[in-house]
Design a protein around this ligand. Sequence first.
Ligand SMILES: [Zn+2]
Length: 224
Amino acid sequence: MMDWSSDSTLDRVEEHRDDAAWLHEQWHSPTARVLPVGPGGRLPVASDATLRYAPAAGELDPMTTHLLGLADGEPIFCQVVDTVAGDTATVREIGHRLTATQSDVAFSATALANWHRIEPRCSACGALTEPRRAGLMRHCPECGRDSWPRTDPAVIVAVTNGDDEILLAHQTAWPPAVCRCSQASSRQVNRWNRPSIARSSRNQAYGWESCATSAANPGPIPVR
Ligand SMILES: [Zn+2]
């Protein structure tokens, strides 16, 4: 099984995130780079479909700009913006062409920017929250509640039939040649992967009614 992030050099630097002086120093580093993220997860890309960074300029705005981490010692930030100039793409469109570190940066930036964009308010009292820990957390100044980005309880699996064939899926909204490998399914709280995968396969793939999983990690709260 492929570990998608195994070769990434992106270090989230958890130990420095509450150090304002350290963060200021990183922002003003000559190697600091910023990856803008537009609505819909649009990222700036170069002509060779790699990520196109911008230099860190001006003062760091903690409301819109968040530290992803250090990649090979160089600070990388993402920035929530309304528009991205030039050519753009989503991680779904270019993720397979990126290096492990660039892929890690692209996915992390997309997820983090999307979270800050759609959940700026406290889920308990509705007040506007403030980014903390260089963007990895939000804090409510009214009720004191802290919130973090959600982690989707989802699985992506390859469904095979025992004859060395793999099931590919396609949506009519996608470009003609784009297929997905193979089943993606949200997992309910406190359920195991296997029933979810089997149900999804039965519902979406006629003739592929049996499902065998070779490995799965248990849910965070075991059923029994
Ligand atoms: Zn609150």
